[in-house]
Ligand binder design. Structure first.
Ligand SMILES: *[C@@H]1O[C@H](CO)[C@@H](O)[C@H](O)[C@H]1NC(C)=O
Length: 361
């Protein structure tokens, strides 16, 4: 890890953060490979963990794996056309095959452990459900709430019920884009932080993936702008307190969701570096850091202010590995690879098709 840290440190001092309007230095195959290599190594190790613990990984975890698989698909295709990046493209392809096999196997376990939940959310594990961004935008700091509300009213059960209505996968409805008054007020309520906020974002993100454009969904982009501005604010706060452990899961979830929403300013190299250091070297998972790494008081302080304890079907293993943590980590890391492969076309028109990159031969 020491050499990786040093390498990234050198890159950090040499390069502007991702999300600036120009990225000199990150547009060459060599510099892309330099950053992609440690990300891929981390993903390969996390994949071994996921394969080994598959019977215990919950559906939310597999959703992160599907998001990663979609991101890798695009990276593999782009880099296959670039001679210098072809070896990485092959590596990405091998990883994708493993992930696809893992998703298929996990469906069998999920059917046994929670068939109702699987029926309601299986759609989000299907290939093609998650549509990747092709145009990039930035968060707007003027949309940050003056204060955050206390989190008492957020319930995972009501949130799940609203997501099922939206997907149209409940037993009482087959039409997607459903939105009751209760769900509308829950999903557009201002002042949310933590998982309440990220679930509001997830709701409008899925509305987009599902093709919901009528009624309140005409304002989807406005809500997405609002939520991600606040998720950016929370991530900056998490960084400011040294990424105390309870903040890491939501920090990475925010990168996953807002990254999928097309906000390139969530892909900061220093955030990438931080995430890479959180992986447990032996297990390959993400989870609770070893005690000596953590300043507990900071953690508790943050949790009281901004987070509500949510155990969203969470599995915490005895070795400190967390399936939710690992899933959000791989989806966030996949996003870094994806934007690296997309770069430089920031703020360009959506791709008509993948343009042939200039060959170096
Ligand atoms: C940011 O949001 C404010 C308030 O809605 C708006 O007036 C401003 O134009 C936005 N800035 C950008 C760069 O979009």
């Amino acid at each position: 890890m020491a050499s990786l840290g040093l390498l990234l440190l050198l890159l950090l001092t040499a390069l502007p953060p991702l999300g600036c309007y120009s990225l000199p230095g990150l547009d060459t195959a060599q510099s892309k490979a330099t950053i992609a290599d440690p990300i891929l190594s981390a993903l390969e190790r996390a994949t071994i963990f996921l394969e080994q613990r598959l019977p215990e990984i919950n559906l939310d975890g597999m959703v992160g794996v599907r998001v990663l698989e979609e991101q890798l698909k695009s990276v593999q295709e782009k880099w296959a056309q670039e001679p210098l990046l072809q070896p990485l493209s092959l590596r990405v392809g091998t990883l994708r095959e493993k992930l696809e096999a893992a998703i298929q196997r996990s469906l069998l376990y999920l059917k046994l452990s929670d068939p109702k939940y699987l029926r309601e959310f299986q759609l989000t594990l299907q290939p093609g459900f998650w549509k990747l961004p092709h145009a990039w935008i930035h968060t707007n700091a003027s949309l940050v709430y003056p204060t955050f509300e206390p989190q008492d009213s957020f319930s995972e059960e009501s949130s799940d019920a609203c997501l099922v209505q939206l997907l149209g996968t409940g037993t009482d409805s087959s039409e997607p884009c459903g939105l009751s008054d209760l769900c509308r007020s829950l999903m557009t309520k201002p002042g949310c932080s933590g998982y309440c906020l990220s679930h509001q974002m997830l709701f409008f993100l899925w509305a987009r993936m599902r093709g919901c454009t009528q009624g309140p969904f005409q304002q989807s982009q406005d809500y997405i702008n609002l939520f991600c501005a606040n998720m950016m604010d929370l991530n900056r706060r998490a960084e400011a307190i040294g990424y105390a452990y309870p903040t890491r899961d939501i920090f990475m979830e925010n990168i996953m969701f807002c990254g999928m929403g097309g906000f390139s300013d969530f892909y900061k190299l220093r955030w990438l570096e931080a995430i890479l250091t959180w992986q447990k070297q032996r297990e390959g998972c993400f989870g609770e850091p070893d005690a000596e790494d953590e300043e507990l008081s900071k953690a508790i302080q943050y949790q009281q202010h901004f987070l509500r304890r949510v155990k969203r079907r969470e599995k915490q293993f005895s070795d400190g590995c967390s399936s939710h943590n690992t899933a959000t980590a791989v989806a966030a890391l996949g996003g870094f690879l994806y934007i690296l492969a997309e770069y430089p076309p920031a703020n360009r028109e959506p791709h008509p098709s993948t343009p042939p990159p200039p060959s170096s031969r």
